[in-house]
Design a protein around this ligand. Structure first.
Ligand code: UT7
Length: 330
C-alpha cells in the first residue's frame, strides 16, 4: 500500500508597501476621527501601494520571502495559487505574471476569487493537489491592491482597507501539516459585500465611475453579525476535524477585518483564546486575501511560531464566503 501524503507549510513570507496612511490622514479626507476608527475597528494605519506596485509585484515579493525561508528554488514550484479580488488585469491571471517574474518554469497557476476568504480557499486547493500526489511543491499567495477599489469619499468603507501580500510554500510531507480545512459560501447574501461594476453585468461606463460602483460596497452592520457567528462555527469545526480541542491551539491567526469581530470570536471560543491571537490589523487594516498570510508571516518573524505549534486560521468575507483550518507547524 502506498503511504499517505500530507501537505505542510515549509515557509511563509510577506510584503507591505512603504507608504503609510494614518487615521489622521483620513480625517483630512472624509468626516471621520482617529477615535472612531480606533474604537470601532482597531485600525490605526494602513499601507497604500505606489502607482507602479501591483498585486503581482507585491505577491512576487511575498513569494520570494516564503521560498527563501523554505529553502526552495523557484524551479521546484509546481503550482501557484493566487487569492485576490484585485488582479492586475482580468486575464492573464496574476499567477501567470508571478510565475514568469519568479522564473518558476515548471509551474502552472491560476487565481482564486473569494474576497477575504480567498487565502483559505487557495490553501485548501493547494493542499488537495499535494495530498493527491499530483503536486509536491506549491506556492499559495494572497495579495491585494485594495486602494484602487476603495471609494475614498465614503467614510463607511475607506477607513477599513489596505494593500499588502502574504505567501506560503506548501510541500508534500509524511506528517500532516494541514490538519483540517473547511470552506463554505452563501451566495444568498452576495449583495452585503461587493464590487458591483467592472464585470460583464455592469461594464465600466461614465455612470459606473460617477457612482463609485467599481469600489467596495458593504452593509457593515449586517456583515458584522454574520462574520462573528460564522467565524466562530468555522473555527470550532476546524479544531474538531483536526481531532483537537480549543486548549490545544497555540496560535490563532484570524482574518483581520475588525478588532471587535476578532474579540467576539475569541471570547466565544473560550477563555484565554484572545491571548493566543496574533493581530497586525492596527498597522494594516483589512487586506482581504492577503490578511492571513501577512499576519502569519509577521507572527513567524516575531518568533511566535515554533515547531509543533497548532495554528488556527479562520476567515470570512464577500460571497459571503469563509474558511477555517488548523495547521501544525512541522
Ligand atoms: O473582511 C470582510 C468582512 N468584513 C467585515 O466583517 C466588516 C464588518 N463590519 C464592520 O467591521 C463594522 O460594521 C464597521 C466598522 C464597518 C462599522 O462599524 P459599526 O459599529 O457597525 O458602525 P455602523 O455602521 O453601525 O455605524 C455607526 C455610526 C453611523 O452613524 P449614525 O447613523 O449612528 O449617526 C455611521 O454613519 O457610525 C457612523 N460611521 C462613522 N463615523 C465616523 C460610519 N463610518 C464612520 C467613520 N467615521 N469612518
Amino acid at each position: 500500500m502506498s503511504q499517505k501524503i500530507y501537505a505542510a507549510i515549509a515557509g511563509v513570507g510577506h510584503y507591505a508597501p512603504e507608504k503609510v496612511m494614518t487615521n489622521a490622514d483620513l480625517e483630512k479626507m472624509v468626516d471621520t476621527s482617529d477615535e472612531w476608527i480606533r474604537t470601532r475597528t482597531g485600525i490605526r494605519e494602513r499601507r497604500i501601494a505606489a502607482a507602479n506596485e501591483t498585486t503581482s509585484s507585491m505577491g512576487l515579493a511575498a513569494a520570494r520571502m516564503a521560498l527563501e525561508r523554505a529553502g526552495t528554488a523557484p524551479a521546484d514550484v509546481e503550482a501557484i495559487y493566487v487569492a485576490t479580488c484585485t488582479p492586475d488585469m482580468i486575464f492573464p491571471s496574476t499567477a501567470c505574471l508571478i510565475q514568469a517574474a519568479l522564473g518558476a518554469s515548471r509551474a502552472y497557476g491560476f487565481d482564486i476569487s473569494s474576497a477575504c476568504a480567498g487565502f483559505m480557499m487557495a490553501l485548501d486547493a493547494a493542499a488537495g493537489a499535494i495530498e493527491s500526489g499530483r503536486v509536491k511543491t506549491a506556492l499559495v499567495i494572497g495579495a491585494e491592491k485594495l486602494s484602487v477599489v476603495t471609494d475614498w469619499t465614503s467614510r463607511n468603507t475607506c477607513v477599513l482597507f489596505g494593500d499588502g501580500a502574504g505567501a506560503v510554500v506548501l510541500k508534500a510531507s509524511d506528517r500532516p501539516g494541514i490538519r483540517s480545512s473547511l470552506l463554505g459560501v452563501d451566495g444568498n447574501q452576495a449583495d452585503f459585500l461587493s464590487i458591483p461594476a467592472g464585470g460583464c453585468k455592469m461594464p465600466a461606463s461614465e455612470e459606473t465611475i460617477r457612482n463609485h460602483l467599481h469600489a467596495i460596497h458593504m452593509a457593515g452592520r449586517e456583515t458584522f453579525k454574520i462574520a462573528v457567528n460564522t467565524m466562530m462555527e468555522a473555527a470550532q469545526e476546524a479544531i474538531s476535524r483536526a481531532g483537537l480541542t480549543v486548549e490545544d491551539i497555540d496560535l490563532m491567526v484570524p482574518h483581520q477585518a475588525n478588532m471587535r469581530i476578532v474579540e467576539a470570536v475569541a471570547k466565544r471560543l473560550g477563555e484565554g483564546v484572545m491571548e493566543k491571537v496574533f493581530l497586525n490589523l492596527d498597522r494594516y487594516g483589512n487586506t482581504s486575501a492577503a490578511s492571513i498570510p501577512l499576519a502569519l508571516s509577521e507572527a513567524f518573524a516575531a518568533g511566535k511560531v515554533k515547531s509543533g505549534d497548532k495554528i488556527l486560521m479562520v476567515a470570512f468575507g464577500g460571497g459571503l464566503s469563509w474558511g477555517g483550518s488548523v495547521v501544525e507547524w512541522l
